[in-house]
Design a protein around this ligand. Structure first.
Ligand code: AQP
Length: 333
C-alpha cells in the first residue's frame, strides 16, 4: 500500500514563492508515489481576522493555484477543510488531551499572538492541524521548516491518545527539504517570507506581475560586501553570515531545479545587479507559466468546483473511518 501524504496551505493572503518552494513543489513530486491529500485550510485562516468576501475568493484562488502549480486531480485529492466537519470534531477530542504548557511553547503562537489580537482559535491552531493530519492516518507531511514543531506536537498527541485509549493513530513524520525549507523575506532576510508580512517588497507572490517581480528583486537586500558572491560557495555559511544573497541563490536554485552549489557556480562571477537581473528574468519566466494555467482554471470555475466536490467526498469517507474509531474508544455514541 502506498504512503499517505497530507498537507495544506491557509487561504490567508497571497500565496508566495516560499509556499511554492517550501511546500507545493514538494507535493507535485510526491503525488506520483503516494496517496496524496492536499487541503485548503480555511478554518486555520480565520484564526486571524479575514474579510469574509475576500476569504471566499482566496479559497478558490488557492485551489486553482494548487492545480496551476502542478497538483494533478487524477493523482491527488484536493478539498476545502471547512467542508469536512470531521476536522473540527477530532480537534475537540484532541483538545481534551493537549497539554496547555506545550501549546504555550509553540513558536507560531508566540509570534502571531503578538502580531494579532489573541484568541483561543489561534492558541488551538496546532491541535486542529494535528486533527487534519491524524484523520487520514498520514505517513508523511511535506512542509517548510516553520511547521516542524507543529508536526512534533501532532506526534505527541497521537502517542498520548494511543497510550490512553489503545492504538488508533499512525505517527506521521515531517518531510522537510533541507535546502529550501525556509525562504526568507527579501527585505529582512532574518525573517521568513510570509503572507502576512507588512512590507510588500519582502514577498514575491506567485501571481505578481512582471513589474512587481522586477521591482522586488531589484530592491532585495544583498550584502554590504560586494565580493560575497565570488568568495563563498557554502550554503550553510551563506545562510548564517550572508543571508540576503544566500536566500536569493536558494530561490534561483529552486526555480532552476539546481542544488545550491550549482546556482552559486552559475552566478559567482556576476555583479549583484547582473545576478538580480537573471533572477528576475527566471522568476518572470517560470511564474508566467503558472499564471497562464491559473487564469485558465479560474475561468472554468465549474470544473474546479467539481474537483473540490470529489476531494471533499473522498476526504469525508476516509476521515470518517478514523473518527468512528476515535468515538468508540472515547465512549462517544
Ligand atoms: N518562507 C517559507 N519558506 C518555506 N516554506 C514556507 N511555508 C510558508 N512560508 C514558507 C510553507 O508553506 C506551507 C503553508 O503555510 P501556511 O500558509 O499554512 O502557513 P504559514 O507557514 O504561516 O505561511 P505564511 O506564508 O507565513 O502565512 P501567514 O503569514 O498567513 O502566517 C507550510 O508547509 C509552510 O511550512
Amino acid at each position: 500500500m502506498s504512503k499517505v501524504v497530507f498537507s495544506g496551505i491557509q487561504p490567508s493572503g497571497n500565496l508566495h514563492i516560499g509556499n511554492y518552494i517550501g511546500a507545493i513543489s514538494q507535493w507535485v513530486k510526491l503525488q506520483d508515489l503516494t496517496e496524496s491529500i492536499f487541503c485548503i485550510v480555511d478554518l486555520h485562516a480565520i484564526t486571524v481576522p479575514q474579510d469574509p468576501k475576500v476569504l471566499r475568493d482566496k479559497v478558490l484562488e488557492v485551489a486553482a493555484l494548487y492545480l496551476a502549480c502542478g497538483i494533478d486531480p487524477k493523482k491527488s485529492h484536493i478539498f476545502i477543510q471547512s467542508e469536512n466537519p470531521n476536522h473540527s470534531y477530532l480537534a475537540w477530542v484532541l483538545n481534551t488531551i493537549a497539554p496547555f504548557g506545550q501549546l504555550e511553547r509553540m513558536t507560531q503562537w508566540k509570534e502571531k499572538s503578538v502580531k494579532h489580537e489573541e484568541n483561543a482559535g489561534l492558541f488551538d491552531y496546532p491541535v486542529l492541524m494535528a486533527s487534519d493530519i491524524l484523520l487520514y492516518q498520514t505517513d508523511e507531511v511535506p512542509v517548510g521548516e516553520d511547521q516542524k514543531q507543529h508536526i512534533e506536537l501532532t506526534r505527541d498527541l497521537a502517542e498520548r491518545f494511543n497510550k490512553r485509549f489503545g492504538e488508533t493513530f499512525k505517527l506521521p513524520v515531517p518531510v522537510i527539504q533541507k535546502e529550501t525549507a525556509r525562504i526568507m523575506s527579501l527585505q529582512n532576510p532574518a525573517a521568513k517570507m510570509s503572507k502576512s508580512d507588512n512590507d510588500p517588497l519582502g514577498t514575491i507572490n506567485i501571481l505578481d506581475t512582471e513589474e512587481q517581480i522586477r521591482e522586488k528583486v531589484k530592491k532585495a537586500v544583498t550584502d554590504s560586501d560586494p565580493s560575497v558572491l565570488k568568495m563563498h560557495e557554502h550554503m550553510n555559511f551563506m545562510m548564517e553570515e550572508h543571508q540576503g544573497i544566500g536566500n536569493l541563490l536558494t530561490i534561483y536554485a529552486a526555480f532552476k531545479g539546481y542544488n545550491f552549489h550549482d546556482a552559486w557556480k552559475e552566478n559567482s562571477d556576476k555583479s549583484y545587479q547582473d545576478f538580480k537581473d537573471g533572477l528576475a528574468n527566471l522568476l518572470i519566466f517560470e511564474l508566467a507559466k503558472i499564471q497562464k494555467r491559473y487564469n485558465e482554471i479560474r475561468n472554468g470555475e465549474k470544473a474546479l468546483r467539481k474537483i473540490l466536490d470529489e476531494g471533499r467526498n473522498y476526504a469525508l469517507e476516509k476521515s470518517s473511518v478514523t473518527l468512528r474509531k476515535v468515538k468508540e474508544k472515547v465512549g462517544l455514541i
